[in-house]
Design a protein around this ligand. Structure first.
Ligand code: AMP
Ligand code: MG
Length: 346
């Protein structure tokens, strides 16, 4: 929007009363607009972007609108930076390079990627292979949008390439080697939780102490909602409704569900979805969804994927080993199961 200035050729003396009145209006309007745009004010800000193949939303409370906008922009560029380092599909990314040259290797990776690999290998070992970033050795043959899955022969051929113990990482030199030429990795089970946690570090440094960030199934709340806890909803996996509402402050929640990316196999009627059980090479099927809550999204994200693969019984016993972390399972009948930290006291 702009205002056209009064004509320069018109002399001041020649102006009639109407002209003077309209000039005054214009000046008042300009003064109001300037005052309005330059004066910082407190407000909620909200943005939605499509990053990591999913909708990412950020809402924040800014005591100063300009500072809020700067913080918002910084958060969005940090998310794109992480995406552009970790996407397995873009050939300039470090991850793509590692997948291409990891065997025989070695490939020297950045500190950030080394740290993500280290954490992924930790969850691989802790879950006895339920969480395994080498799922991608076979996983790349699934296309959920196109309704495509690997043939039985492909599964048989590539299942043994799902094995995180065939990744060698030297934490000192940051050298990585894949001990099998068929190995490919994908950090889809951990990257979004890492990203939301990075934003939870960044925003308070920029003066924002009340915010939420949500990337697909991974959410992190910063502070409280101006004196009230944030209310996070967990949906029933078989309907749009929010089945459980949890008040949270400075906390993370990650949900892994079989409804996020899936198709129904027209031959078998099976639900084929994006979380793969490394021991079968097929979609994990014990539960419909699992949510993990805890202080860090960098843990809740891999934990939710891990627990989904492990299923209810083994998953519940694993989460009990993680202090401050709890889980909520939805089984296929829509029944909810809680870990001990969320049970009402007897
Ligand atoms: P999430 O939605 O956080 O549970 O993560 C699902 C994503 O994790 C998938 O889209 C894959 O990129 C990745 N993934 C699938 N199966 C596994 C697995 N067994 N271990 C680690 N990551 C996996
Ligand atoms: Mg997860």
């Amino acid at each position: 929007m702009f205002f056209s200035a009064p004509s320069a050729r018109k002399s001041h003396q020649k102006r009639d009363k109407n002209d003077r009145a309209s000039t005054r209006h214009i000046l008042l309007a300009v003064a109001f607009l300037f005052g309005h745009s330059l004066q910082a004010h407190a407000e909620w800000q909200y943005e939605e972007h499509y990053i990591f193949g999913t909708s990412v939303t950020i809402q924040l409370w800014a005591d100063d609108s300009l500072q809020g906008k700067k913080a918002m922009d910084a958060a969005v560029s940090e998310l794109w930076r992480i995406h552009n380092a970790l996407s397995p599909l873009i050939d300039s990314t470090e991850l793509f390079q590692l997948n291409t040259n990891g065997h025989p290797g070695p490939v020297v990776v950045s500190e950030e990627l080394a740290m993500l690999l280290d954490k992924s290998l930790f969850y691989g070992a802790t879950s006895e292979g339920a969480f395994d970033i080498t799922f991608a050795s076979l996983g790349y043959l699934y296309d959920y949008r196109e309704g495509k899955k690997p043939t039985a022969e492909e599964v048989a051929k590539l299942k043994s390439a799902i094995d995180f113990t065939k990744i060698e990482l030297n934490p000192e030199t940051r050298e990585v080697r894949f001990l099998d030429p068929r190995i490919k990795i994908d950090l889809g089970g951990i990257a979004k939780g890492y990203a939301v946690e990075k934003i939870a570090e960044l925003l308070p440094e920029l003066g924002i102490n009340s915010a939420t960030i949500s990337a697909g199934g991974d959410s992190r709340v910063i502070g409280d909602k101006r004196g009230q806890p944030w209310i996070v909803g967990i949906r029933n996996p078989r309907s749009e409704e929010s089945a459980i509402r949890i008040p949270l402050e400075d906390f993370a929640i990650s949900t892994s569900g079989d409804y996020e990316r899936f198709f129904i196999d027209s031959e078998t009627g099976e639900r084929i979805h994006h979380i793969i059980n490394p021991s079968t090479g097929k979609s994990a099927s014990d539960v419909a969804s699992v949510s993990v809550i805890g202080p860090s999204g960098f843990e809740t994200d891999p934990l939710s994927t891990t627990l989904f693969v492990l299923g209810r019984e083994k998953g519940l016993s694993l989460i009990e080993q993680f202090k401050d972390y709890d889980a909520i399972f939805f089984d296929h009948q829509g029944k909810v199961h809680f870990s001990s930290g969320l049970m009402p006291p007897e």
